[in-house]
Ligand binder design. Structure first.
Ligand SMILES: [Cu+2]
Length: 154
């Protein structure tokens, strides 16, 4: 009996040490690389816009919902106004894993990884673009036509 108790005590101590180590690792995160402002050309799989999290979030003027399906983006035409601040809420209603990329703004939602079925992610961005049409897409499925149009009105 005493030996069993000792084993349990050792196991509990090991678990506590592991938890403390994990917490410490999270508490002192590795310094993030400096937020270079450019669009990372050709980066379709997330990580396209690490600076978006560092940007002080303005309060959005409105919310735009983007629905990702297999393999389309709804709405196919997204209308925004130049200079406005928009909260994009991206919902994956498909079975494949998707994301939503606005290359003209250097924004990828989610900023890392892809959304699974039923998952959603959001980002608040200022439409700092000239009036015109800009392509937006799902990184993994752009080539099979999972694209939409961002129309910036002046
Ligand atoms: Cu996709």
């Amino acid at each position: 009996m005493g030996k069993h108790l000792l084993v349990i005590v050792v196991a509990v101590i090991a678990i506590v040490v592991a938890i403390v180590a994990l917490l410490a690792a999270n508490y002192y995160p590795a310094p993030s690389p400096g937020g270079g402002a450019g669009v990372y050309g050709g980066d379709e799989y997330g990580g396209g816009a690490p600076q978006q999290e560092a940007t002080p979030a303005k309060s959005p003027e409105r919310t735009v919902e983007i629905r990702l399906r297999d393999f389309s983006i709804s709405p196919g035409t997204i209308r925004v106004s130049r200079g406005e601040t928009v909260r994009f809420v991206v919902i994956n209603e498909g079975n494949a894993r998707h994301n939503f990329v606005i290359p003209a703004l250097g924004v990828t939602i989610p900023s890392r990884g892809l959304l699974s079925n039923g998952d959603s992610a959001e980002a608040t961005v200022t439409i700092d673009l000239e009036p015109g049409e800009y392509e937006v897409y799902c990184g993994p499925h752009r080539d099979i036509g999972m694209v939409a149009k961002l129309v910036v009105e002046g």
